[in-house]
Every structure is written in structure tokens, then in C-alpha cells.
Design a protein around this ligand. Sequence first.
Ligand SMILES: [Zn+2]
Ligand SMILES: [Zn+2]
Length: 243
Amino acid sequence: MKITTIGWWGAYPNAGEATSGYLLESEGFSALIDCGSGVLAQLQKYTALQTIDAVVLSHYHSDHVADLGCLQYASRILMDLGQRKQPLKIYGHAEDKNFDVLNYLQYSTGYAFDKRTNLQLGPLKFTFCRNIHPDPCYSMRIEENDLALVYISDTGYTDDLVQFAHGADLLLCESSLYDEYQGRIPGHLTAGETGHIAAAAAVRHLVLTHLPHFGNHSMLVEQARKKYNGPVELATTGKCWKL
Ligand SMILES: [Zn+2]
Ligand SMILES: [Zn+2]
């Protein structure tokens, strides 16, 4: 599987960039993970919109779903033009009424998941872990053959995430906070906590994402490295990895 960073900012994007969005591609199958602000414009630099088979949403905060409505409009236009055959499949939790917007006429269909779901999308197998966040939110583990990508989306620290990320070949983990903010802003991880999860879960490679609009991001890498000895890097627009 190929993973491409479409957007990595927390909260809102800087000029010409995007908040959360990641493109997964394997064997002709394409899934978009989260669809934040600016994602739709960025995504088209890497693939055509009609190639997106499925969208999987961690939660319904705007920095993860702001462009979803426009992606549904794109599905409508492309289907009406005959350039897209199947409605867009959109997966999200059904724990609040935000789920309802995943269905849009005959152009997109919503499917619910929870922490017990085993979801096979093309060649990719998805499982989910409930995060600690002000609104319901899920991390996801995506496996293909014996390789695993784990995406830890917005969350406070919980040991559940260590177990969930165990042995991942790539851990894409939110790192919204510098260590100085430990315990001060609930529902997000510090870089040190991210490094701790990576080390305790014995992952092979750590990528920090969902980054803040202040401070020096290289400090986040430094703080994660105090806990984790493996390779650590920051997500940047267009950066991709292959598993
Ligand atoms: Zn959130
Ligand atoms: Zn967020």
C-alpha cells in the first residue's frame, strides 16, 4: 500500500495547504482517510477524484471533514457526466447525527463502523480503536498482507492505543502538543506521549501529524525521540511511504 499525505495541519490549514487527509492506494483501490479543510484541492495533485472508492472518517470535527460536502458534490457531477460509475462509499461512526450527512441522494452512501468492526475495503483490512476526545473519534489500523499502517487520530493518551498500534510498520500519529502542554489540553497527544506509544508498541517508523500552528515543529521530533529510538519524521504535504 502507498500512503500519501494530503494534509497534516491541526485545526485549520496554512495558505495553500490542508488539515487532515491521507490517500491510501493499493492494487487499483483508493481510499481517502479524513477529508479536512483544503484536502479536495490538494488531493487532485495526486489522483483524479473519480478514482476515490471510499472515504473513512476518524470523526466529524471540521479539520477532518470540512471538504466532505464538496467531495459529495464532485461525486454527483462526475456521476452525472458519466465519469464515475459507483456512488462514493463513506465510512464513519454512527454515534451522533453527523452520520446522516454521509448519505447524499444516489451519489454517496454512509456505512457505520465501531470498535468491533472488521472492514475489508478492496485489499485493505480496517479495524478501529475508540479514542479519548471531546466527541467520539476513532483511530484505525489498516492491514494488507502482513503489513500494517496505524493512524492515531485526535486523542488523549490511553494504553489502548499501545495495544492497538502494536508492531505497526508505520505509525501516523497525531502530535498536536509540545511536551510543555502535558495535562493542560485534554483530547490531544504531546510529542512525548506519541513517542511513548511508538516505543511501547514497538512500531517500525513514526510519523508525526496534526501539527500545531505555533512553536518549532522540529522540537516535536526531538521530544518524540526522547522516548522512541526508531525513525521519526514530520508529515509534509505530498510525502508518501510504501508498505
Ligand atoms: Zn477532533
Ligand atoms: Zn483534529
